[in-house]
Design a protein around this ligand. Structure first.
Ligand code: SAM
Length: 234
């Protein structure tokens, strides 16, 4: 067996997600935007020729925030309540050999900024600053499989809760939206999935106030009567 391959990032992505907590567990659960900036050695427009033919792209990336913790053969599965385990290769856990992640995202086109290429995508589930190791087109005839089976879907649906903004948060949203026009939709989509730890997700009234950092603001929120209420945006 080959003793190893050396992989270097080709790009870095910037996203609204400044911490791991509350990042959707898979892509396209929130329409979060990402901007991919190519590293100098790969900053060549010829590499993107024809990319406009594809509505979606695969991003391969490094789970850089958790890579140093190594991998585990059995990992806790949030979809199974957080305590049950699955084999790492039967999961999309971050704690895997080589720390490689893969996400299908929407292709929003290429632009130039200060002479550098930038690829715009959305639907990301990546932490801000994640190193990208490859970009490939999503090819419908091969990547979309009719009748594909995921038995966990039946008894572990993604939690969904209604989200509302209290009057204070609604006022605070006005200046935030001037800077980040997608802020309200993003907050709603992220919180809708109830990002609390799996063992708390069935609690309909939770005293704890949670905080999520998106862009450059902190969202405080609480679960009351089964609803997620946004308390403040600071
Ligand atoms: N779609 C990818 C996959 O299947 O390989 C990622 C799935 S993984 C379950 C998604 C989670 O990875 C996110 O909710 C976030 O907590 C975490 N994550 C995202 N970017 C990361 C990074 N750069 N380093 C470590 N963890 C990250």
């Amino acid at each position: 067996m080959n003793s190893g391959y050396c992989i270097s990032p080709i790009a870095t992505i910037s996203t609204p997600f400044k911490q791991k907590f509350a990042i959707p567990r898979q892509p396209n659960l929130a329409d979060a935007k990402g901007k991919i900036t190519l590293a100098n050695d790969f900053d060549d427009p010829r590499s993107f020729k024809g990319l406009e033919n594809y509505s979606h792209l695969w991003l391969l990336f490094i789970f850089h925030e958790t890579a140093a913790r190594g991998w585990k053969p059995a990992v806790k599965a949030p979809r199974l309540g957080g305590n049950a385990t699955l084999g790492v290769f039967a999961s999309r856990s971050t704690h895997r050999p080589n720390s490689i992640g893969m996400s299908v995202v929407k292709n929003r086109g290429v632009s130039q900024s200060d002479g550098h290429l930038q690829l715009h995508v959305s639907g990301v589930d990546l932490l801000d600053g994640t190193p990208i190791i490859d970009i490939k087109p999503y090819i419908r005839y091969a990547d979309s499989i009719d009748g594909a089976r995921d038995n966990l879907d039946a008894y572990a649906p993604i939690p969904r809760r209604p989200v509302c903004f209290c009057p204070t948060a609604r006022d605070q949203l006005i200046p935030v939206m001037k800077k980040h026009p997608d802020a309200a939709d993003l907050i709603e989509a992220v919180l809708h999935q109830d990002p609390r730890p799996a063992y708390r997700q069935s609690t309909e009234n939770d005293d704890k106030i949670y905080k999520v950092k998106l862009y450059d603001f902190d969202v405080s929120w609480q679960v009351k009567n089964g609803q997620i209420e946004v308390l403040s945006l600071l």
